[in-house]
Design a protein around this ligand. Sequence first.
Ligand code: CP
Length: 343
Amino acid sequence: MNQLKNFITGMEFSKETMESILESGIQLKAAGGSDALRGKVLTTIFYNPSLRTLLSFQTGMQKLSGIANVLDMSQSRKLEYTEGAVMDGSASEHISEFIRVVCSYSDVVAIRKSDFIPASDNSQTLGMSKEEMLSDSFFEQVLRYANKPIINMESNMFHPCQGLADAMTMKEVLGNVTKKKYVLTWAPHPKPLPLATPHSQMIMPALFGMDVILACPKEFELDANVMKQAEKLAQDGGGSFQIMHNQTEALSGADIVCEKSWLSLEHFGDWNTEKEIRNQYADWQVTSERMAVTNNGKFMHCLPVRRNVEVSDNVLDSTNSLIIQEAENRMWAQMALLRHILS
Ligand code: CP
């Protein structure tokens, strides 16, 4: 693995460095930009759709006087990922050349590649094993070939830029977030969704020393290794970590309610059963009644959101909702990250 300032899991930098990135994001927001990255080139590579990630990286790089290129992989040649492959099939370029060529044009490269694509009818057509779901082998492969820093814009396991923007938003609203009560609550959803975002939304507040509660039905606990990492980070950062299966109890006294839906690892692959179980928890929708037990808690969601399935309109549109500020902060936080990585 290279020794560059990569940002793949969101756990690469110390708490002090992460604090300084957040501070820098807040300063950049106040200043409206900087010419710190004049002449620098960011290449973003998207295997999956995006609104916020694409526009926030592109606009952010422009606000730093840099250049942002976007490569849409749905329009690109098919790549080969297997080492030693005899490439006589449909793939016409190997990842080893692909990454080295991209790096030769770039100062920093950001990639979104999440392999779990929910089938539109929720049928059993999701051709991916649980082991693949819990692995970021693609990013490991990229790091073997890259000679420029790599940023993860969402992989199978982590979405660290979302976690970073969430942390900046909480810092803006709460000031010092240490020991503030943060609840990451599971939400109902018509489709099974990946784990990357909730993993990062659990890891990042833990790293900043918040009292983190993972609130979810018992079948929806997140990856055991990532939960262990969150517990360790929270302890090291001066906070705490616990898992609760009763949403109302979990939300009691919360300063922040961050909502997200994700699939059941316990029933991974058995999608009809998974859907039946998911449907049993429709009452996990966050409503104003649920929010009433919080400490006048702020509501967060990474977006996109299913209105009146995951959360009621009156919560999303309340003055305690931070969803648009959170989306905007994707840009400022990533600008600070880019500046740190390229400094
Ligand atoms: N929250 C987030 O990553 O949004 P996009 O999928 O639109 O980039």
